[in-house]
Design a protein around this ligand. Structure first.
Ligand SMILES: O=c1ccn([C@@H]2O[C@H](COP(=O)(O)OP(=O)(O)O[C@H]3O[C@H](CO)[C@@H](O)[C@H](O)[C@H]3O)[C@@H](O)[C@H]2O)c(=O)[nH]1
Length: 181
């Protein structure tokens, strides 16, 4: 199987959480579109076998790192090794029920990962990124499709998972205001 790493001139896209449901589809589309995805996943929700299946589908090896979201030094090392063109972040815990039982863990993990990504991002002079748009964060849509201008629902979010994502949205909005370029 050919490797995607090394001498390729392809633009590299860091995709934390890309062994997961949405991320694994995303890396296939990235490869089809001519990009080189860099997989960063702590394998908390999926095994490396999922990545191997994706490699079979695309017919090449995919650069991957098993690191935890709160490992700031680990993230820094990855940024040093790759000239990252963009980041698409899917790494998060997403169980509503579990988030109600373990709220601190969810805030620490989901918000902490985003803060670590932004910390490293600014060290390497990148722009802030758009985040995902979810009904769990925004509530019933006021209009479709969701975009950056859509009003947030804030206090009516019923669980720590949704709130952790809501906080992430505000962090990104504030960061984009602070660093418009
Ligand atoms: O701290 C963490 C937590 C999770 N993961 C990984 O992240 C992936 C998440 O995938 P999955 O559990 O299948 O979630 P998805 O359905 O793909 O949803 C993800 O992508 C959505 C769209 O961005 C977000 O809304 C969700 O919160 C986020 O979990 C998995 O491979 C996990 O192993 C990490 O690497 N680090």
């Amino acid at each position: 199987m050919a490797a995607t790493t090394g001498d390729s001139n392809k633009l590299q896209v860091l995709v934390p959480g890309d062994i997961g449901f949405i991320g694994s589809h995303c890396i296939i589309e990235l490869i089809n579109a001519g990009y080189e995805p860099i997989v960063v996943d702590n394998l908390s929700n999926f095994s490396i076998v999922c990545l191997q299946r994706v490699e079979q589908i695309v017919g090449c090896r995919i650069i991957n790192y098993k690191i935890d979201c709160l490992d700031l030094e680990g993230l820094r090392d990855i940024f040093k090794k790759h000239s990252t063109y963009a980041i698409m972040n899917f790494a998060a815990w997403k169980s509503v029920d579990e988030s109600v039982e373990k709220p601190v863990l969810y805030y620490k993990n989901n918000v902490g990962y985003l803060l670590n990504l932004l910390t490293v991002l600014f060290v390497f002079f990148f722009k802030p990124i758009n985040h995902d748009f979810l009904t769990i964060v925004y509530g019933s849509p006021k209009y479709l499709s969701f975009d950056e201008k859509h009003p947030y629902i804030g206090d009516s979010i019923t669980n720590p998972y949704g709130k952790s994502k809501y906080i992430c949205e505000h962090i990104l909005k504030d960061t984009t205001i602070a660093y418009p370029n």
